[in-house]
Design a protein around this ligand. Structure first.
Ligand SMILES: O=C(O)CCC(=O)C(=O)O
Ligand SMILES: [Fe+2]
Length: 277
């Protein structure tokens, strides 16, 4: 398989793979290894219907369904979310989105998220990735001491109310705050990463909310230094798959008038590896 490195020590792009066909065992293993090693893989020029997108996703693990069901109402199948600002969609997704890691506010967060580009903006609406494994490796000792053995408490209500999708009463009762370690060991690799979701962290260790916020800013600044970031500019047909145990992501602003439409799936870890450790 031909690949091209996209960023400093992580993120890669394949050049000759068609995801619409069922993957044989060898191709599957190769892609899985490539993805876990590189945390982010871009598969350009794909053409997938929903069944094919689901079949590809499901090959890797149990299909993800979003904890916040109110986010799903724009689409037919609960395993496929739509991020769209095309005319007529009920809730246009076109706002900037702060750094986060998916579903950290659940006890067993989703392993991978997959986005598939159907309409790409000419400008803006990039997806940015921060390499949290690289950020762990480059972390200064004094910072590492402050995260080693420490947990953070996560909440589904985003800190700045950026998402315009507040929890319903039912969701508030069901999706409770939960804690995860700030240093996470990869479920399959001998590799540690900072585990961070700035959009969702409420408190860190014994710090107050204000102190936690200050420390979180320091950690985020370190993790998003340019050498740890890959910026993905969307083209129609791109499939981008990332490892939520090892990267966090954000979305940049889009000039008004730009159109963007992505479909989104994901898969979970098996239960015995699913709780971050
Ligand atoms: O729209 C994007 O670029 C990213 C959206 C996002 O955070 C996600 O799908 O998890
Ligand atoms: Fe996300």
């Amino acid at each position: 398989m031909k690949t091209m490195q996209l960023a400093n020590g992580f993120a890669t792009q394949t050049e000759d793979i068609d995801l619409s066909k069922p993957l044989d065992d060898d191709s599957f293993e190769t892609i899985r290894d490539l993805w876990m090693e590189n945390r982010v893989v871009v598969f350009p020029e794909q053409q997938l219907d929903d069944d094919q997108l689901i079949a590809f996703t499901e090959r890797f693990g149990p299909l993800f369904v979003h904890a916040q069901a109110s986010l799903l109402t724009t689409y037919k199948r609960k395993e496929v979310m739509e991020l769209s600002n095309l005319d007529g969609v009920a809730r246009p997704v076109e706002y900037e989105l702060d750094w986060h890691t998916d579903q950290t506010y659940t006890p067993q967060p989703v392993f991978a998220t997959i986005l598939y580009g159907i309409v790409a903006p000419k400008e803006g609406g990039q997806t940015l990735f921060s390499d949290l494994a690289g950020a762990y490796a480059s972390m200064p000792d004094d910072m590492r001491k402050k995260v080693d053995g420490v947990s953070a408490v996560y909440s589904a209500e985003p800190r700045p109310k950026a998402r315009e999708t507040p929890l319903t009463e039912e969701e508030k009762a069901r999706i409770l705050d939960c804690a995860h370690p700030l240093i996470r060991t990869h479920p399959y690799l001998d590799r540690k990463a900072l585990y961070l979701s700035p959009l969702h962290i409420k408190t860190i260790g014994n710090l107050s909310e204000d102190e936690s916020f200050e420390f979180l800013k320091e950690l985020t600044a370190h993790a998003t230094r340019p050498e740890h970031v890959y910026r993905h500019t969307w083209s129609v047909g791109d499939v981008v798959m990332w490892d939520n145990t090892s990267v966090m992501h954000s979305r940049t602003q889009m000039p008004s008038g730009e159109k963007r439409y992505l479909k989104r799936t994901g898969f979970y870890l098996p239960d015995e590896l699913a709780v971050p450790f």
